[in-house]
Design a protein around this ligand. Structure first.
Ligand SMILES: [Zn+2]
Length: 123
């Protein structure tokens, strides 16, 4: 299996989970703040339905929680473990990172969620 066929490729490159060709989000730039949260309703290449059913992306909130906790633990290991930072400065820096990375986590959670249910098929 080549990298292009993996779910990681779809997640990191804003590609449809089904064909890995069409874009999942309208814009590939998570810091285009007017449009970062706008998904295509269907894949422009294979017509895969991205909107699914109402509430489909509710489960993505759990993925978002997991991403946030994993990021928090990693940051804590670096700042408190290696640089011996105290808890309060760590929490301030963690909060700033979460605000800055919000568009990345928001989009990451949704595209990871849909990738959990839609298998890659070349055709
Ligand atoms: Zn597609």
């Amino acid at each position: 299996m080549s990298y292009r066929e993996t779910k990681l490729y779809s997640i990191l490159n804003n590609k449809c989970p089904h064909c890995h060709k069409g874009n999942f989000w309208e814009t590939s730039n998570p810091y285009d703040l007017k449009r970062f949260s706008k998904m295509n309703s269907r894949c422009p290449v294979c017509r895969e339905d991205f909107k699914r059913e109402p509430g489909y992306y509710f489960g993505a909130t759990y993925v978002s929680y997991g991403l946030t906790v994993a990021f928090g633990i990693a940051l804590y290991i670096v700042l408190a473990g290696i640089f011996k930072m105290d808890t309060i400065p760590f929490l301030i820096i963690f909060s700033v990172f979460l605000i800055i990375l919000m568009p990345v986590f928001y989009r990451g959670a949704r595209i990871i969620w849909i990738n959990m249910f839609v298998p890659y098929r070349e055709k």
